[in-house]
Design a protein. Structure first.
Length: 323
């Protein structure tokens, strides 16, 4: 994954995300893992299991897509899990209180957007470091969710909502369809709109982007709002599947999201990333966990495999940068 720039007097940076050898290599890696597990387990390469992998990966996919935008811009968002938890318990409370499901969904997404706005504003306008702000948000949003619910789950999610989340569209589970639509929207944003150019420019060289006329502060706030929105959308999928909302959901979601983005080619230094690559990274993690589970491999070996893949991805990233 490379970025290209062309700047000059009165011009803004022209940057694009392109499919290249790195993306192809990640895809080939996924295919190798799939083929390996297909030989090791007769159950693995079946339509029900493959759909199950994609459906189980849908939550991480949404979180990771939002995280990818933040990482490309040169930031990080450690608060996505607690954002999802806070959104979930507030949305569930509204649903169980008789608020119409569509309005409750909008309110849930609004909570996620407000969390993103809060973090993004502190980063963009107060000049605070993304790591510190979102680390604070991690504790703050989790605490609010716990205080609001008294630490108790919210039960009684309406059947109407659960049916919607667990439905099928042309034989494909709804969460997979949602991820596909969101990924297409974000790919379009990153490749076909000025906002995508701005995000890349800020991550590549923030000062140069500012000189070139890029609205740096507004763009930073926007990517964190995207991240918060997608975290709340992920929470809706989860509570629809579970039938309840717990203030403790989302634990370590940020790490899975960062891992997927890194595997997919996003650089934590900013200015580099891929929507397509992140999706492959999400599927690689999902395939690994599913395949190792089918082989009755203990969970800590799954963590070992994930860690090794992340380190390899970072080594590849460094090598492709020529540093």
């Amino acid at each position: 994954m490379t970025t290209q720039t062309s700047t000059g007097p009165g011009t803004r940076p022209a940057l694009r995300l392109k499919f290249n050898v790195r993306d192809a290599g990640t895809l080939i890696g996924l295919l190798i893992i799939v083929v390996t597990f297909s030989f090791l387990s007769p159950v693995f390469f079946t339509v029900p299991n493959l759909l199950n992998i994609l459906q189980q990966s849908s939550i991480n996919a949404l979180i990771a897509l939002g995280m990818t935008l933040v990482i490309i811009s040169g930031g990080i968002d450690l608060s996505v899990g607690p954002t999802a938890a806070l959104s979930a318990v507030l949305g569930a409370t509204l649903m169980t209180s008789g608020v119409p499901v569509p309005l409750a969904i909008l309110a849930t997404l609004g909570v996620g957007a407000m969390c993103g706005l809060f973090s993004g504003s502190l980063i963009a306008y107060a000049g605070l470091q993304p790591f510190i702000v979102t680390l604070g948000g991690l504790s703050l949003f989790r605490a609010i969710a716990l205080i609001y619910t008294g630490g108790n789950p919210v039960f009684g999610i309406p059947l109407e909502f659960r049916t919607l989340i667990n439905s099928m569209l042309l034989g494909i589970p709804t969460p997979i369809v949602i991820v596909a639509v969101i990924a297409l929207v974000l790919w379009t944003v990153m490749n076909k709109t000025p906002l995508g150019e701005y995000i890349l420019a800020i991550g590549g060289n923030e000062e140069a982007a500012r000189v070139a006329g890029v609205p740096v502060k507004r763009t930073k706030v926007t990517v964190y709002i995207f991240s918060g929105l997608l975290a709340s959308l992920a929470s809706l999928i989860l509570i629809g599947r579970l039938g309840a909302a717990e203030p403790t959901i989302g634990n370590l979601w940020e790490l899975d999201a960062i891992a997927a983005a890194a595997i997919g080619g996003a650089s934590l230094m900013g200015g580099k990333g891929s929507i397509f690559g992140t999706l492959i990274g999400v599927v690689i993690l999902g395939v690994l966990r599913n395949g190792l589970t089918l082989l009755n491999i203990q969970a800590f070996y799954q963590l070992l495999a994930t860690g090794l893949i992340i380190i390899i991805a970072m080594l590849i990233d460094r090598a492709t940068r020529g540093k």
